[in-house]
Design a protein around this ligand. Structure first.
Ligand code: TYD
Length: 223
């Protein structure tokens, strides 16, 4: 069994992932857990360099396969440089987006051969799947409104600027992953009032954390 625990946060634009990660991180730190808080694309120096290439839209002209390869390269570096060492140290890793973003954004576009996607996923993830994935679910109309408000005068990134139909199909793709992998995924209704969202996230996360650390024989604290 892993010493640490890996939790990823997923969802469409403006679903509130970053806010919830901050809130959960503060609670876990207050309870004395050792944390690594990270994000994708990025999270390691190599992957952050690739993040810039992808989100600026510079790689878009080279086609979806090239973009998928860049995401996978960034993920591989991030896992081997940051996530795996943290899990081996016994940290709880909170990651803003992970492989489900890739399955949803690149995979469900229908532009890339699913076998190519599968092979690339296996090679890049290299066994490091999350123990828990919180899928923040929100109607894309509301999510995009929030993302626009948060962005202020900055321009929309490569993915935010896509059509509502694409954002809707991504929402469906996330829910489909949750349906297929109920042991790993918990869907959180991100349209609830902020406190209710926070309570749901806390309950799901602490449930898994307590089971893991109890199984490892560590002292368990109540949420
Ligand atoms: P970011 O600004 O970090 O997004 P957010 O604040 O919405 O989490 O930008 C990351 C973008 O990259 C986001 O639109 C989703 C997309 N993405 C992919 O297409 N594939 C991936 O594998 C990952 C990790 C992200």
């Amino acid at each position: 069994m892993r010493r640490g625990l890996f939790i990823s946060f997923e969802g469409g634009e403006g679903a509130g992932k970053s806010t919830q990660i901050k809130l959960l991180a503060a609670k876990l730190r207050a309870k004395g857990y050792s944390l690594t808080v990270t994000r994708e694309p990025g999270g390691s120096p190599g992957a952050e360099a690739i993040r810039h290439v992808i989100l600026s839209g510079a790689a878009e002209t080279f086609g979806p396969k090239m973009e998928a390869l860049l995401f996978a390269a960034a993920r591989s570096d991030h896992i081997e440089q940051v996530i795996r060492p943290a899990i081996e140290r016994g940290d709880i890793v909170l990651c803003d987006r992970f492989v489900d973003s890739w399955r949803v954004y690149q995979g469900s576009s229908g532009e890339i051969d699913p076998v190519f996607m599968d092979v690339l996923e296996r090679v890049s993830v290299n066994g490091m799947m999350p123990d828990l994935t919180l899928i923040m679910d929100i109607d894309p109309v509301e999510g995009l409104e929030r993302a626009t408000a948060r962005r202020g005068d900055d321009v929309a990134d490569r993915f935010e600027k896509e059509t509502l139909a694409i954002h809707r199909s991504r929402r469906k793709a996330y829910l489909e992953i949750a349906r297929k992998e109920p042991d790993r995924c918990v869907v959180i209704d991100a349209s609830m009032p902020p406190e209710a969202v926070e309570n749901s996230v806390t309950a799901a996360a602490f449930g898994v954390i307590q089971r893991r650390f109890a199984a490892l024989g560590s002292q368990v604290q109540e949420a």
